[in-house]
Design a protein around this ligand. Structure first.
Ligand code: ATP
Ligand code: MG
Length: 553
């Protein structure tokens, strides 16, 4: 991990690390700790994968071990170069570096040999039942399954048929290879699971060499064992598959010591979808701009939205490693982002839903340079100057014709502090014939200049502003949650998840580079969009608000 990212990370422990400690004590793996992150390259990684990446890579790091990136490409689909590239970019962005990159399909020969070995041992057989028949024979949680009529084929016949499957003599689904375990097992995964199937398809890596492909449950333990993985960390839904993982390795007996599978709870986050399949649908249906749309919970999306690697890793550590599934509040993730940004990014003044203010008693051609701190918490971040003159813009929300209770901002007759400048009093609101406010007239008190030590009187409200003459028009994309709960408690796509606004910013915003983050004073944290920001047009995405009611435990 990059040194600057390591800073501030605590040494944590969890039940997986405790297991590793035990193994290290007993000498099971000779002190080696070798993990892997095994994505299927069929989509972009999401926040759930980030959890798995953090866990696998930091576990290896903690124990001075290794972590491989392994593409799980046992399904014969076309490789998508875009997905492979994105996976590598995302892992690096999170601050991790793999020891090796492997492709599961490189092990097809060994996997085939393993299947043949099981047949020879009488532990696997070729079945002619169709997929539906196999399902019907499988039984239920309450009832045992039934043996296939093909279960007792001789070793020689099985070897011949499996060879013929490999040679392409049969159509997809006509035959398959099943492990011969126990059709009455209380664990349905152990009721003679299919371990090889026929698929006549071209594989991106092995081309047309194979028309039989191993099933995930059989392939995965072999991949781990071949690479010398010690602790194969996966999510909870594979807990019931662990007996098959162990069975495959035990029956082969090829490796000593054997890798062990350890399960932890999947990460779920409120208002987020952590399933590539669903996310792909959003992309394919055009509901979002792409996999890296800043509303997407993909790593590429949250990167574009302005979340930082440090915040994501902090989040993954805080939620810890659980043995039971649960859903984490998105507020915790946002809290981590805010914590990381608050002392790092400079402040800029940006006005939303602008209203023009004219200071009637301010000299026509005068401009003053007002000094403002870049970050209130961090004096070392220095100061900047911001022009102030007769015409300004303020936030639409900072004026009310008829003030609500406890409204201390601008309204006719009220005096407020214009941050870093003067006290102004609103004297009049000017409307067009349709009744819309065109501009506000104010007067200023020259005695009250910021920094002059004026103590004559106090005002309750402070608002920000930008100078009208030099204001820069920017586009701001206010991003909401991608998913919302409907009245039935179902998650559904939030149609209002992106609201685009035209805003006015202080002139320094011209220098903002794509990917640069700011605090828009009194509004929140924003990032110049990495794809849409050009020299001519600045487009910002909202990262996170300034405050929240969320309190981390
Ligand atoms: P999806 O359902 O989104 O496609 P997946 O589990 O099928 O997810 P893989 O590419 O197979 O995606 O996953 C790679 C690794 O990431 C696996 O080890 C998987 O267990 C882990 N992983 C995936 N989703 C999560 C999650 N929500 N929380 C923790 N780990 C996850
Ligand atoms: Mg998968």
């Amino acid at each position: 991990m990059a040194e600057e990212l390591k800073e501030g990370l605590k040494e944590t422990t969890n039940f997986i690390h405790q297991k590793i400690d035990e193994d290290n004590e007993s000498g099971k793996y000779g002190g080696n700790v070798h993990t892997r992150f095994p994505p299927e390259p069929n989509g972009y990684l999401h926040i759930g994968h980030a959890k798995s990446i953090c866990l696998n890579f930091s576990t290896a790091e903690k124990y001075g071990g290794k972590c491989n990136l392994r593409y799980d490409d046992t399904n014969p689909v076309k490789e998508d170069e875009e997905f492979v590239k994105s996976i590598e970019e995302d892992i690096k962005w999170l601050g991790f570096q793999w020891d090796n990159i492997f492709w599961a399909s490189d092990y097809f020969d060994q996997m085939y040999e393993a299947a043949v070995e099981l047949i020879k041992k009488g532990k696997a057989y070729v079945d002619d039942l169709s997929a539906e028949e196999i399902k019907a024979y499988r039984g239920t949680l309450k009832e045992p399954g039934k043996n296939s009529p093909y279960r007792d084929r001789s070793v020689d016949e099985n070897l011949r048929l499996f060879e013929e499957m490999k040679e392409g003599k049969y159509a997809d689904g006509e035959k398959c290879l099943r492990a011969k375990i126990d059709m009455a097992s209380p664990n349905i995964n152990m009721r003679d699971p299919v371990i090889y199937r026929i698929v006549h398809a071209t594989h991106h890596n092995t081309g047309d060499k194979w028309c039989i492909y191993p099933m995930y449950d059989f392939a995965h333990p072999l991949e781990d064992a071949i690479e010398g993985i010690t602790h194969s960390i996966c999510t909870l839904e594979f807990e019931d598959h662990r007996p098959l993982y162990d069975w495959s390795l035990n029956e082969l007996g090829w490796w000593d010591p054997q890798p062990q599978q350890i399960e932890f709870a999947r990460l779920n986050v409120t208002n987020m979808v952590v399933s590539k399949r669903y996310l792909k649908k959003f992309v394919d249906d055009g509901l979002v701009e792409g996999w890296d749309d800043p509303r997407m919970p993909t790593i590429a999306g949250i990167r574009r939205k302005g979340y930082t690697p440090a915040a994501i890793r902090d989040f993954c550590e805080r939620i810890g490693v659980a043995k039971a599934n649960s859903t984490v509040e998105i507020g915790l993730l946002e809290h981590c982002v805010r914590e990381d940004l608050k002392d790092k990014v400079p402040s800029r003044n940006v006005v939303f839903d602008p209203i023009k203010v004219v200071i009637t008693n301010y000299p026509d051609d005068q401009t003053e340079e007002m000094v403002m701190e870049n970050n209130r918490n961090v004096p070392e971040m220095g100061e900047r100057t911001v022009p102030f003159s007769k015409e300004l813009y303020i936030d639409g929300a900072d004026f009310m014709e008829v003030p609500a209770k406890k409204y201390f901002r601008l309204y006719p007759g009220n005096e407020v502090r214009f941050k870093g400048a003067y006290f102004l009093t609103c004297t009049e609101s000017v409307r067009d014939e349709d009744g819309n406010i065109v501009e506000l007239h104010c007067t200023y008190d020259p005695e009250t200049r910021s920094g002059s030590g004026f103590e004559g009187r106090k005002v309750k409200g402070t608002i920000h502003w930008v100078d009208a003459k030099t204001a820069v028009k920017i586009k701001v994309r206010e991003l909401g949650y991608l998913m919302n709960e409907d009245e039935n408690g179902e998650q559904q796509f939030n149609e209002d998840s992106m609201i685009v606004k035209e805003c006015y910013a202080e002139p320094l915003i011209e220098e903002a580079k794509a990917g640069e983050r700011f605090q828009f004073f009194r509004h929140g944290y924003y990032i110049a969009d990495s794809k849409l920001t050009t020299d001519d047009e600045k487009v910002f995405n909202s990262i996170v608000g300034l405050k929240s009611s969320y309190k981390p435990k």
